[in-house]
Design a binder for this molecule. Structure first.
Ligand code: SAH
Length: 335
């Protein structure tokens, strides 16, 4: 899909063509210009030649029958990125998008980290992932659409801030997909510059922080980026974000066996999290590298300790486990 020439191609056309074309692409999710019968034939042909709508993607066959479906999209330069459609019981559909090809952060537990950083995605390439799933849902004819977006795929969104926010604003635009900002969440490993920028946006996008450890020592062991941003600095920035926006912040905590899942870890986490508008999301780990997942009972016990000490806590439904949805696993398998 490449719409970079769209505006110049439509320049000579009457104004209402823009409206027609925008609706066709961003609301009707056409995959060929031939579908827009209201456009003159010669314009349709020109658009097909110069503004191709096709998206090159492969659905992971192992996942196509599951609640969550994963796809690998091949970009114009041959790079590939993962995106996941997460289907919830209430017919809500969440799309998880990648923001970079690969990732520079090399977190020890993350599959994406193992291929290193390739490049930033353009906003269009982030949006393309949502369009892909919108077309997929349309083809099923069940009257479902993409309801939520999580910027939790490959990459660190706040190291590609401008394109991330451009994509979010585009998806939010009533003339395109009209997805409410409150239905979008962005997750960061703690890049404080990005948290500060997000606090200054008018959009009410939800913020999540990948915490994964209750002290700097352990965090530095498993997340090299923690050498640059320590917990004190992250919490200071988050507190300013909360003062400015009045919004809740979710702290993601991967449950890894014998790494960060003891009662002592839970009690240490309590001390950090006992603040208004802080909440913890425990994530069942999807084993990809040298770490193992905590079992159910351990997660429940950990959760109980947080609850008993007044910390708001939820356990993420493990939508990824059945499909290797941990970011980077599919691309990893294919390479
Ligand atoms: N770079 C951003 C966003 C991408 S990762 C960040 O760090 O937040 C999105 C979430 O998936 C993060 O919380 C990340 O720690 C988590 N994650 C990474 N590998 C995982 C795995 N194998 N199983 C479960 N969650 C994983």
């Amino acid at each position: 899909m490449n719409l970079s020439k769209l505006s110049s191609l439509l320049q000579a056309e009457p104004k209402y063509r823009f409206v027609q074309v925008n609706k066709a692409v961003w609301q009707d999710f056409i995959s060929s210009w031939q579908e827009v019968s209201s456009l003159p034939k010669n314009l349709r042909e020109k658009l097909d030649a110069e503004c191709p709508l096709a998206i090159t993607a492969e659905i992971d066959k192992n996942t196509s029958k599951n609640k969550s479906v994963k796809a690998l999209i091949t970009l114009a330069d041959g790079e590939s990125i993962e995106t996941v459609l997460i289907r919830q019981k209430d017919k809500r559909n969440t799309v998880c998008v990648s923001s970079q090809v690969g990732c520079a952060l090399a977190c020890e537990f993350c599959a994406t980290g193992t291929f290193g950083f390739r490049r930033n995605l353009k906003a269009e390439e982030i949006v393309e992932q949502v369009i892909f799933w919108s077309r997929y849902l349309k083809a099923e004819k069940k009257n479902e659409k993409v309801d939520n977006i999580v910027f939790m795929g490959m990459g660190e969104p706040f190291l590609n801030y401008n394109e991330f926010i451009k994509a979010a604003k585009f998806l939010n635009n009533p003339e395109t997909l009209n997805i409410g900002a409150r239905r979008m969440s962005v997750s960061t490993a703690g890049i404080t510059e990005g948290i500060k920028k997000l606090a200054g946006e008018k959009m009410q996008i939800n913020l999540a922080i990948s915490l994964h450890a209750s002290n700097d020592n352990l965090r530095r062991d498993i997340m090299p980026i923690a050498q640059k941003y320590n917990l004190h600095e992250i919490f200071k920035t988050v507190d300013n974000y909360i003062t400015k926006t009045g919004r809740r912040v979710m702290f993601e905590y991967l449950m890894m066996k014998d790494v960060n899942d003891s009662d002592k870890d839970a009690l240490e986490l309590v001390k950090l999290m006992k603040k208004p508008l802080y909440m913890v999301n425990l994530i069942p780990y999807n084993p990809t590298g040298r770490f193992r997942a905590s079992n159910r009972e351990r997660i429940e016990k950990f959760k109980k300790i947080l609850e008993e000490n007044g910390v708001a806590v939820t356990v993420r439904l493990s939508f990824g486990a059945d499909i290797s949805a941990a970011c980077g696993q599919l691309r990893g398998r294919k390479k």
